[in-house]
Each structure stands twice: as structure tokens, then as C-alpha cells.
Design a binder for this molecule. Structure first.
Ligand SMILES: NC(=O)C1=CN([C@@H]2O[C@H](COP(=O)(O)OP(=O)(O)OC[C@H]3O[C@@H](n4cnc5c(N)ncnc54)[C@H](O)[C@@H]3O)[C@@H](O)[C@H]2O)[C@@H](O)CC1
Ligand SMILES: [K+]
Length: 519
């Protein structure tokens, strides 16, 4: 078997990568198929799969290929035939009638049959308890059940095959998904299986080989939990225009020797209602770590101290939003961060006067319920002022007047809907944060992990982005957000292996960010 053209390993450190929706990928596939002889692309896809199988499980020698009703199954059948030819022990399980396969996949089935590949309908019912096939955790499983053609929740034989693949993965077997983990929606990253099915009824792969294009769903919502390592093989087909982008690592701006603190901009943090003052100090401290020249912290709790002994470099200011317009007009401002209901009083002057405004948490909740504040936010689009909203899914749902489930059902669309409604750039937080901005392709962030699911990490992001923005006031909200979100997640990735899944405390996150060893 001669195999050339290694797939590309897609990871957080080597982006940016163009992403293509199912519709864009299918259009590309149709154009490519029209230009080559039948089976050319499917043979190339199967070859790429077989090659990656050899690379990720070189000692396995045994493979179970799970074949679904479409051309994704055809790719699997080609790979099965090639690995059989290589001397591997191969078992193909089919979930439907091979006679009903589409033309290319049917031909792949005939070729596999002619080559003597063992193939049979997937065992169902009681005889299918536990992983079927070769009873060994080293057996490689290839998921060729469903790809781009997924339209609805897998049921029947497909759902049972997915459950078998999950069991194999849970037993430690490598699982290579072709194009997409079966059951995962290519655009949204939602697992479409029955609500009560484990892991949403979608395959959990150790590796996914995406063909022709990278699909957004691999990187957001449940995508990262299902895809494992992601590889791309373009099968020699040039990518068309992208619908979205997987963010790449940003460059650090070096500091000229002649700079002083006044060269690096001012940040003011307005937040911290009674009982939540720490949130404002955390954001302020992150802004200082990001390199802002002067950082003011203005707690909304009138009783709060105006000095944080742990951070003497931060300056407390009572009611900073009542400063003269000339002061408001020069700073980068973060508003939210534990602001409670008290934040409502601060928002009108900030929305009216500040050139760069990051709105987080309670500031977003206040805006969601106050049409007057919404009007002030939308009015900023007619000036040079720029705004960044950093909602988590519940805050996004409040701003859109829908449910959190609706936001999570299509995170990219939800972020774009917020941009359209408020005219601001948006970071929709969560696994695979989405950064959307006026006039720009949506970006999905590839860094970060569940260690960030801890108190205060959102305040740190808001402060960090403001700290970067204060130093680059000419940058757009979207640009600075993409950079900050990548770095914030990367800091958690550096922490995660050492901490073995422990949450990352917000203070520790700031220290990792401040080291700037983020790569
Ligand atoms: N045609 C070709 O030569 C090529 C095909 N490719 C592969 O083909 C795939 C796309 O092929 P298809 O468009 O056939 O799509 P799929 O292979 O994903 O399967 C679609 C089929 O499954 C059915 N289906 C979808 N959801 C179902 C559900 N929940 N329950 C039961 N049946 C369901 C559809 O009705 C359709 O018959 C790509 O993901 C990729 O793996 C690529 O390798 C490029 C080359
Ligand atoms: K698949």
C-alpha cells in the first residue's frame, strides 16, 4: 500500500484554521466529485484513514470498522480493504442493507467483498453485550457510521453501534472517527442522540480525521469532548472560502525601551457590589498583569476598602464613573464583575462616554432587562466607541430573550445574533468560546479546559482583555478578544496536566497569564 500526503494535526498552537459548515463542505465535495472519476475521492479518503490508523495504532493489527448507511461508510469500507490487504485482522459491521448504500459506497462494499474482508450486519440485542469484534483493548475501532449527512438523532442499529463504540472507548480502545464522530452535528457541535443516551448518543473518538474541510462542530459545544485529536486531510482539494475560523496563537507585542507606564493605557474596573467586591479586584489585577499602565478599581459597595493589600499596585477610586468626561474618554473600562444591581447606576455614563468598554456578568444582566440601557449600547455603534460583551450561555440567553438550551444548540449563530442585535463584539464563553464581531468571520477558540470552570475566571478574562486593549487602543474589540481568549485558555491548558483536573483558582490563573509563557 503506497500512502502519501500525511494528514495535518490541528491543534491550538498551529492555527488559525479555516472552518467550513456542512453546507460549504458539501458544496466543495460536489464540485470536487464532478471533476474526478467515480471512486477517486473515496479511495483517497479511505487511504488517508488507513494511513492514520497505521500511525496512531501501529501495533494494533486488529480493526473493527463500523459502517453506516452513507458515503462515510464508504470511506470506512475502503480503509477496511486496505488494512486487510496490509495483513491486519479486520471485521466490518454494517448497520444497514449494503444494497441500499449510495453508488460510491456500494462500490467500496463490493471491492471489500471481492478482497475477502469479513463483513456482517452488526450484532444487535443480547448477543451484543460488551464491545463486539476482537475482545482486546488494543483493537482499533474505525467509526464510519455517519458523517456530514447526519440529519437527526441516530436510532436503532446506528444508536446501538454508537453505544458499542462508546463501550470500546471506555475500555481504552483507540477510536478513529472518519470526518466527524458519528452523532455529532457538523455545524453546532451538539450530540444529536437521544437525550438520555450516554454522552448524548454520539461517538467519543480518540482521533478524528476530518476530510476536505474542518467543521466548526468539532471545536465547540460538545465537539471537543467527542473529537479527541483532530486531523485534516484535504484529499488534494483546495479549500473554498471559510465560514468561520479556528483561532491561532497571537503574537506578543514587545515593549519599546523608551516606554513608561503612561504609554500603556489606563483601565478602570467598575463592579463589586456588597459581597462580591473580590470580583472587581480580580479583574483589576488581571488588567495589571496584562500590562496596562495604570489600573483603577471602583467597587460598587460603598463600604468597600479602596486598597487591596494583596495588590498595592492597583488604585481604588470611589464611583469612578462620576469622573469628568475627559477621564472617562481616555480609559478602557470593564463593567460587571460582581456588580449586582448596583451596576445599573454606573452604566449610563460609561455607555455614553467610554471609547472601549468590556461588559461582563451583571452589566449584561442589567442591559438584558433595561430597554434604555440597550438603546445606549446600540447607540455606541454610531460613534467610534467599541464594545465587547463577554456572556456565558445563560447571560447570552437573557440578552437574546431565549433559553440557554437554544443558545447552546447553535453557539456560533447565537454569538452572531448578539452582534446583529447590539452592534458589539461578543465572546460567548464555554467549551470552544465563540468570538463574533461586526464585519468579521466568527472565530472559535481552541484553548482552555474544564479547569476554568471555577469562580472568578470570567472576571480575570474581562480584566485581561481590557489590559491588552488599553495598550492597543487602535485594535478592534474582536481582535483583542480573540487574543485574550486564546491566552486565557492556554494558561489553563498549561496548568491542567500538572493539576490533574483540579480547578484553576482565579488568582493562580492570573499568575500563569502574567508569566506570558503561553506560546
Ligand atoms: N462521495 C465521496 O466520494 C466522498 C464522501 N466523503 C464522505 O462522505 C460523507 C458524507 O456522505 P453522505 O452525504 O452519504 O452522509 P453520511 O455518510 O453521513 O450518511 C448519510 C446517510 O445517513 C442517513 N442518515 C443521516 N442521519 C441519520 C440518522 N440519524 N439515522 C439514520 N440514518 C441517517 C441519511 O439519510 C443518508 O442516507 C462525508 O462525511 C465523508 O466521510 C468524503 O470522504 C469525500 C469523498
Ligand atoms: K463518522
Amino acid at each position: 500500500m503506497t500512502i502519501s500526503n500525511a494528514p495535518l494535526h490541528v491543534h491550538a498552537g498551529n492555527g488559525p484554521w479555516p472552518l467550513h459548515s456542512a453546507a460549504a463542505s458539501q458544496a466543495l465535495e460536489r464540485r470536487a466529485l464532478a471533476q474526478v472519476a467515480p471512486m477517486t475521492l473515496m479511495e483517497a479518503a479511505g487511504l488517508a484513514v488507513a494511513r492514520l490508523a497505521l500511525a496512531i495504532a501501529p501495533q494494533a493489527g486488529r480493526v473493527v470498522v463500523w459502517v453506516g448507511p452513507g458515503n462515510n461508510g464508504g470511506d470506512g469500507l475502503v480503509a477496511a480493504r486496505l488494512l486487510h490487504g496490509r495483513g491486519w485482522r479486520v471485521q466490518v459491521w454494517t448497520t444497514g442493507d449494503p444494497a441500499a448504500l449510495p453508488a460510491d459506497a456500494h462500490q467500496a462494499w463490493q471491492r471489500a467483498q471481492a478482497a475477502g474482508v469479513p463483513m456482517a450486519p452488526v450484532p444487535l440485542g443480547p448477543e451484543a453485550q460488551g464491545p463486539v469484534g476482537f475482545d482486546c483493548s488494543r483493537t482499533l475501532h474505525i467509526d464510519a457510521l455517519l458523517g456530514l449527512g447526519l440529519r437527526r438523532a441516530p436510532a436503532g442499529a446506528l444508536a446501538q453501534a454508537i453505544a458499542q463504540l462508546q463501550a470500546a472507548a471506555a475500555g481504552g480502545a483507540p477510536v478513529l472517527a472518519i470526518d466527524l464522530p458519528s452523532g455529532l452535528h457538523p455545524d453546532t457541535g451538539c450530540a444529536l442522540g437521544a437525550a438520555d443516551a450516554p454522552w448524548g448518543g454520539a461517538v467519543r473518538a480518540t482521533d478524528t480525521l476530518s476530510l476536505l474541510t474542518l467543521k466548526p462542530g468539532l471545536f465547540t459545544a460538545q465537539g471537543r469532548d467527542h473529537a479527541g485529536r483532530v486531523w485534516l486531510h484535504r484529499l488534494g482539494v483546495p479549500a473554498g472560502p471559510a465560514d468561520a475560523v479556528l483561532s491561532g496563537p497571537p503574537a506578543w507585542a514587545a515593549r519599546p525601551h523608551g516606554h513608561h507606564k503612561g504609554s500603556h493605557g489606563d483601565v478602570a474596573v467598575v463592579g463589586g457590589a456588597p459581597g462580591m467586591v473580590g470580583a472587581a479586584w480580580l479583574a483589576a489585577s488581571a488588567a495589571l498583569a496584562a500590562g496596562a499602565g495604570r489600573v483603577y478599581c471602583s467597587p460598587l459597595d460603598p463600604e468597600a476598602a479602596l486598597l487591596d493589600p494583596a495588590h498595592p499596585g492597583l488604585m481604588g477610586r470611589s464611583a469612578w464613573w462620576r469622573e469628568p468626561a475627559s477621564t472617562l474618554e481616555t480609559a478602557t473600562v470593564v463593567c460587571g464583575c460582581g456588580g449586582g444591581e448596583a451596576v445599573q447606576a454606573a452604566l449610563p455614563p460609561l455607555l455614553a462616554a467610554t471609547p472601549r468598554l468590556v461588559l461582563d456578568a451583571d452589566a449584561l444582566n442589567a442591559i438584558a432587562t433595561a430597554p434604555a440601557l440597550q438603546a445606549l449600547l446600540q447607540a455606541r455603534t454610531s460613534s467610534e466607541a467599541q464594545t465587547l460583551l463577554t456572556p456565558h450561555p445563560l447571560e447570552a440567553a437573557r440578552l437574546l430573550g431565549c433559553s440557554t438550551a437554544e443558545v447552546q444548540a447553535d453557539r456560533v449563530a447565537a454569538a452572531q445574533a448578539l452582534v446583529a442585535r447590539y452592534g458589539a463584539a461578543v465572546v460567548l464563553k464555554g467549551s470552544g468560546s465563540v468570538i463574533a464581531a461586526p464585519g468579521a468571520l466568527p472565530h472559535i477558540n481552541p484553548t482552555g479546559n474544564a479547569a476554568l470552570a471555577s469562580a472568578g475566571t470570567g472576571d480575570v478574562l474581562a480584566g485581561w482583555v481590557a489590559g491588552l486593549w488599553a495598550q492597543a487602543p487602535g485594535a478592534s474589540a474582536g481582535e483583542v478578544a480573540r487574543q485574550a481568549v486564546w491566552q486565557h485558555g492556554r494558561a489553563a491548558d498549561l496548568h491542567e496536566p500538572a493539576a490533574r483536573g483540579a480547578p484553576l483558582r482565579a488568582e493562580a490563573l492570573i499568575e500563569v497569564l502574567a508569566l506570558r509563557a503561553l506560546g
